[in-house]
Each structure stands twice: as C-alpha cells, then as structure tokens.
Design a protein. Structure first.
Length: 241
C-alpha cells in the first residue's frame, strides 16, 4: 500500500504551502496530493477552498482575484507564527519542488463548485512544460473535468473522486473513463468498491490518519492512502512488513 501526503504534510505544516511541499519532498512517501483553483487572471494556484478566508489572513474568492492580489496575503500564519510569510503557491512552483524527486503527484482540480473554464488545459500544459506528464494523476469530484482530461490527454492518468457511494463503481469508471478511483474512507470498505478492487481497479482512499483504518485498508488491497500524517503512516507500514 502506498502513502500520499495529503495537501502536503498538512498535520505539521500549513496545508498546500511551499513549506508543506518542501517537507514532503524530503520524505520517502510514494506521492503527494494537492488542490488547484483558477485565479481571475487565469493562473493555476494551489489552495483547497474556493475562498482564501480559512487558510490566509485575507478574504474573498480565488476566482475573483488576480495572482498579484492573492499574493498580498499570508497563508502560513493562521497555522502557527513560525510559518508567517507563506504565499499562495502556483502550480508551477509546486511542480518545481518535486521535479527531481521520485514522488507521484496528484493534482486535484477543484472545479466541482465553480466552473473554471480551461483549467484542465492549463494544468496539462504546465505539467507538460515541466516534463512531468508521466508522473501525475489528475483527479476531481467534477467528473466532467475527469472526462475532459481523458479526452485531451488519454495517456495521462486521471482519477474520479467520490464522496458518496455509487452502484457498480467499476462500470462507471470504465464509462468515464478513469484510470483510478479516489474514494472517501467510509465508502472504501463497501461492496461496490471491494468489487472494483477485485476487478483490478486502482483504488486510493482519503483521508486516512488512523492506524486502525490503515490496517483495514491494507487488508482489502487498496493501492494507496492519502494522509495528513505521512510519517505516522510510514512507521505503521514499516511495522507490518
Ligand atoms: O484528493 C483527495 C482529497 O483531497 C479529496 O478531498 O476535500 O481533502 O480535497 P479534499
Ligand atoms: Mg484534495
């Protein structure tokens, strides 16, 4: 079972910041996951929420501000003073950190609330520019976006994110098409997901911070877990090997 650091190393660092990604890049985890939105001037930025309020000292929607405007705020001090001065990262800056590492990179397109026209193309273009097309998996709760990634770049790995259970998820996956299923922890042990695993689907599960759940997921044969606690999960995996 593989380990992906969720939003960077988000238990110890402010989520989706360069500090969190630099720390992850030093870890022997398999991958990293982060979220992207589009600014008013069409820049791809790395942040979880549609609004900057929770993770910065600013307020407002990412989509309504330019990168320059978004850069005026602090994205680290809300976590602890030690991280004050963190700015909102661009996709390019985050990819740069992992350019020379072994990590698999999961870019989550946050277009499930607002439509970000052209986000798939912009993300694929940046990944291609950095020569990392074979190292990414592009996922979304927005399955129209997942489908567009498949149409635009059939060779790039894509994944459908699910918060709810759907019947015959493996059949749905084939129809989209999606290379992998990224499922919410409570749904991971349900029949439809277990059947998908037995049919060969790559299933990755979010967000797994407890050893008890990781143990169960290891037993059912999921490909990977997303965790805010990568070191804790590395320790767990080495203890069961
Ligand atoms: O991509 C897995 C996971 O990050 C999905 O949920 O809300 O943490 O982006 P969220
Ligand atoms: Mg995410």
């Amino acid at each position: 079972m593989k380990i992906y650091a969720h939003r960077g190393y988000s238990a110890k660092y402010p989520e989706n910041t360069l500090a969190a990604f630099r720390a992850t890049a030093e870890l022997p985890v398999d991958g990293v996951e982060f979220d992207v939105h589009l600014t008013a001037d069409q820049q791809v930025v790395v942040i979880h929420d549609e609004k900057i309020d929770r993770t910065s000292n600013g307020t407002g929607y990412v989509k309504d501000m330019t990168l320059e405007e978004l850069r005026k705020f602090d994205y680290g001090a809300w976590f602890t003073d030690e991280f004050s001065g963190e700015v909102i990262p661009t996709l390019a800056e985050v990819l740069e950190i992992f350019k020379e590492t072994h990590h698999h990179i999961n870019i989550e397109l946050k277009s499930d609330i607002f439509v970000y026209a052209g986000l798939e193309e912009l993300v694929l273009h940046e990944v291609e520019k950095q020569g990392m097309l074979e190292r990414v998996v592009i996922s979304s709760f927005d399955h129209e976006a997942v489908k567009r990634v498949a149409e635009l770049s059939p060779d790039v790995e894509n994944a459908a994110l699910f918060v709810n259970m759907i019947l015959d998820v493996a059949e749905y996956q084939e129809k989209l098409p999606a290379n992998a299923l990224h499922v919410f922890l409570p749904t991971a042990v349900r029949k439809t997901v277990l059947e998908a695993i037995s049919k060969g689907s790559v299933v990755r599960v979010w967000t797994v911070n407890e050893v008890e759940y990781a143990t169960q997921l290891l037993q059912i044969g999921v490909d990977a877990i997303f965790t805010d606690e990568p070191e804790k999960m590395l320790e767990f995996l080495s203890s069961v090997k």
